[in-house]
Unconditional design. Sequence first.
Length: 692
Amino acid sequence: MENFLQAIPNTPLVPFTLLILVSLTIPPIFEKLRLPGLVGLLVAGVVLGPSGLQLLDKDSETLNLLGDVGKIYLMFVAGLEIDLEEFRRTRDRSLGFGFATFAIPLMVGTALGLLFGFGLNAAILIGSLLASHTLLGYPIVNRLGVVKTESVIVTIGATIFTDIAALLVLAICISIHGGAFSLTSLIIQLGALALYCTIVLVGLDWAGKEYFRRTGDEESNQFLFVLLAVFLASVGAQVINVDKIVGAFLAGLAVNDVLQHSPVEEKVEFVGSTLFIPFFFVTMGLLIDVNKFVESLTTGVWLTAGIVLGLIGSKFLAAFAAKLLYRYTWNETLTMWSLSLPQVAATLAATLAGVEAGLLSEEIFNSVIVMMLATSILGPVITARYANRLPKPKGDAPQSLQQEWLEGLEKFEPSRESRPGRFAVLVPVYNPLSERYLIEMGALLARHESGYIVPISIVPAHVHMDEPQLEIALEQSERLLERAVAVAQEFQVEARPQTRIDDDVAEGISRVAREQNTSLIIMGWSSTTSLKARLFGSLIETVFWSSHCPVAVLRLLDEPINLHRILVPVKSPTAKAMQTIQFAQIFANANQAQVTLLHVCDRRTTKAQIQTFESELVEVLARCSRLSPPKIEIIAHDDIGEVLLKASRAFDMVVLHSVRRRTAGGLAVSDVTTQMVKKLTCSFVLFGEPHS
């Protein structure tokens, strides 16, 4: 082994390569074992670190830098993913539950620290470690369609209070530990902290909005601006003797309204969740000394048990207090409790900061690792059990289920009565092999709606507009458009072809669509997975973002006139889902096809809940009398992807809605839509609305 280690070059490229390899391979393995991928990264750090193969050195400057960047990124993403709009809706109750789920664990943790011989400052910091929480159960409540239930919204909103409060306690405790404590120094420290928070939250928000307004669609520069804001806030925190993760979290809150789920936010989170955040968890594993870990758990078993049980009990008391105060049911109470249990992101980062400052011991660090493992498994399990029993949000909500579905009809309703002009379909043509199928699809829809199609060919611009390459491209464009017009004539549909010279293909498509006031854009599928596309956006993603009208991306294996069995998966009752169904029904009416709606619910969903969902869906669809009613199938199963793939084999085409989701812990989770696109063996349409 020593000979092998000596043969490895002493260069920063080696640990960087190992970190990438671990981030790529380990999380999927642990997720198949029903364990969080983050746990796998910690284990990998232990195996590769001083306690294992010694391939990574915890004192390496390279690893320390990557770990710090990952820690900053983790807290930034935690602030970025908080939905401020939902928080504003239930602000009072969110603050009430947030205070309870912060104060009760803080007091319990402080009492435990004093009981086991820690000083008051360290004991308060231990209490703050129990006070925050990470929403690992969010994907579960999202899948069950209960995200808009008040109790869930209140718990999500409480995350803002608990995380900020816990980080402020961390900042004060570390600053007190670093110098001589006095009332004057504490007041100065709190004043500096208040001024700093104001500058970050207000200043970065204003600067971000101004910069984004002036730069328009320059995503690469906006991406760099966000990174600069994060690290400036982190450096500023250290200037006032506050840990850098406080600045990173505040920076996430500050730019939250600026990004607003834009493509830049996707790129920022992609870089973090793919590279730096996994690196942080691996470097955390390097700090775990296996011998001392086992020894501390053996000799300090009561401390570990006290922290774990203290957290579980105190979080339950906070949820029970919310039940008494706001009169929640037991299912709502237990859901709030389970959502506030997991301790991952803020807790680990704050614990490491306390250890590095010399305020916390290795025993506390090891106990927190055990607490993270226990709560990250227990929390989601309880959430899945009790969130399924919550009533679907309606009635007391801002709008009823039926109103929301009908809003979807209004947003994408191409009938003559509801639009100012004729129905127009924009069809960009580039590939001669897929051109006919795209034009056929557009012609079928346009003919059904008494509209027309706009075939468009985008010719990339050159610096010198008289270059021979430009002339050749223009000639190819003319040939493509001539074929498009010929196909449109076969279907007796008017075609208005256009050639456009533009330096940005995606923006060229979106601009022509806006100029022509088109009702729909139809594009061919491109499975681009390059790093450049994932960082700065593929053509399809950019058109989805910048277009003013819905976009349908097609991968057709047969002519559209031969597609008669259409499957539309319906995940949850939203207006966006209604628009996708509307598109499928219009195509079905134009092609004498049959639409089948498939909803895969949780295996524990009751028959009453299934019947309610189906009856409301039927009632809303019946209001759109001009469309033929679709078939409805509802299947209870735990694996949505498996059911949809199996069902798709009996259909000619599947219409999917373009949706992505992430965990609050920072690591990206594959969306069911992404899984379907990769594995479908039939034709499919990826349908999406403009972000504007």
